[in-house]
Design a protein around this ligand. Sequence first.
Ligand code: A2P
Length: 339
Amino acid sequence: MRVAVVGATGMVGGIMFKVLRELNFPITEIIPVASERSVGKTIDFGGIEAKVVGLQTAVDMVPDIAIFSAGGQTSLDWAPKFAEKGTVVIDNSSAWRMDPTKKLIVPEINGDLLTADDKIIANPNCSTIQLVLALKPLHDKYKVKRVIVSTYQSITGTGMKAMTQLTNERNSVSGEMAYHYTIDQNCIPHCDDFTENGYTKEEMKLTNETKKILDPSINVTATAVRVPVMGGHSEAVNVEFENEFDLSEVRSLLHNQAGITLKDDPTTNSYPMPLYAEGKNDVFVGRIRRDESQPNTLNMWVVADNLRKGAATNAVQIAQLLLDKGLLVHSSTSSVTNS
Ligand code: A2P
């Protein structure tokens, strides 16, 4: 496969290269793509030095797959140009997620929806992916009525600029700010822009994407908070079901769900945390307990590396699924390496 990574010099782009290699995605040519200011820089891909190219050059190279993680506007402007030439785009931005003609895919949940006609495929928001993966087996069994989710989100989700801000603050150096406020030693209840209803875009993504992926009848309300953490996003999730549940069955349903690892033993202080999830591809669930204030309601704590399952891993898994299902037509048999 000839694979372009758009946003190659960014936080997610870097992890994308790692995950492509770790999951042994069959690559004959890797094409790192970034803005004009990065053209000519080199990216190390498992010992191969690949040169960063601009977007038009990448479109003209007609890769089999282009994985985008360079912001919504870049996706809106460029994904159709790749798709027109026959390249399948897997887009990590929010540009296409709620477009009714585009599929929003978490392979373990709805990968079976993909067909050869899908030329632009949307990767859900990082916070949504870990939430829906934990909800899926429970929804199938007990039918979720309502979800209240509070997030504790890693600064890595904001990109390089936020990493620089935190590093500067920890070293008492002044510099460019990714956030309106100091993030070190702080919690900022503001992820992405505010919308007219008083919620942030991140909170509305959690709501709308969960409905699109799982079931439009599920009611979701969210509070998204940025915390000075690097390894992953955490979520306190309160779930009300239509039907009664059994706690040991909940644990076994989650245990059997592909992509979920259960880490839930209060007797040994075992529960998921970002430091533990960092660098891992699964979503981790723990602190599972009955909400004693209301019938048929459960509390759980869900943690994942937002750059991995929340972004790169999910995108690479979509690519792998397309390959396994025979939905990728080789645009070229070339095995040249872009160097
Ligand atoms: P560049 O490094 O050349 O600016 P992050 O969110 O971690 O900051 O990363 C954003 C990624 O998206 C970077 O690789 C960045 O490239 C890329 N990017 C941003 N804007 C554009 C653009 N207009 N065209 C192509 N790539 C872009």
